[in-house]
Write a protein that binds this ligand. Sequence first.
Ligand code: FES
Length: 98
Amino acid sequence: MADLVEVHFVPAAQTAWVRAGVTIVAAGEAAGVDIVTGCTQGMCGTDPVRIRSGGVDLSPPEPHEIGTLERMGLGVGHRLACSARVLRGRIEIETGTF
Ligand code: FES
């Protein structure tokens, strides 16, 4: 279990334990939470999520993800589910419309 990351989704109240390095989209699939995607490249902005806790346990955002979030007017605490990868610990993610 040492290499598994606990990812909890709200408001669905679903949790998955996934391998370190998978995307939030993949963690959502494992938890039974469907996150709608588009480009899957961090460019279209279809899949923003809010990180409620454990943001430091995600992969750091690449410049194109930061640019997309800025274009969408989403600040600190938001990530694109196709781009952010879970690395360790326990992460709580809010899905919805932002
Ligand atoms: S699916 Fe396009 S930014 Fe994530």
